[in-house]
Design a protein around this ligand. Structure first.
Ligand SMILES: [Cu+2]
Length: 69
């Protein structure tokens, strides 16, 4: 599965690296590519293991907002 989540609250490129890291630590997330410039993250994941709600939650836990997709 592929999906794009819109984000807000990132203020530098380090934020995008952090979001990539926390998402890729989730079981079932194959790849996360966060764009600071576009304020979004593209994820490739196994939808039998993880869902968008879980991914949004871990992003929120880091202090960023996710617009519902
Ligand atoms: Cu930052």
């Amino acid at each position: 599965m592929k999906a794009t989540l819109k984000l807000s609250g990132m203020h530098c490129t380090t934020c995008s690296v952090l979001i990539d890291t926390v998402l890729e630590e989730l079981d079932g997330v194959h790849r996360a590519k966060t764009s600071y410039a576009k304020q979004l993250v593209e994820v490739e994941y196994d939808d039998t293991k993880v869902n968008l709600k879980t991914m949004a939650q871990v992003i929120k836990n880091e202090g960023y907002d996710v617009q519902s997709s």
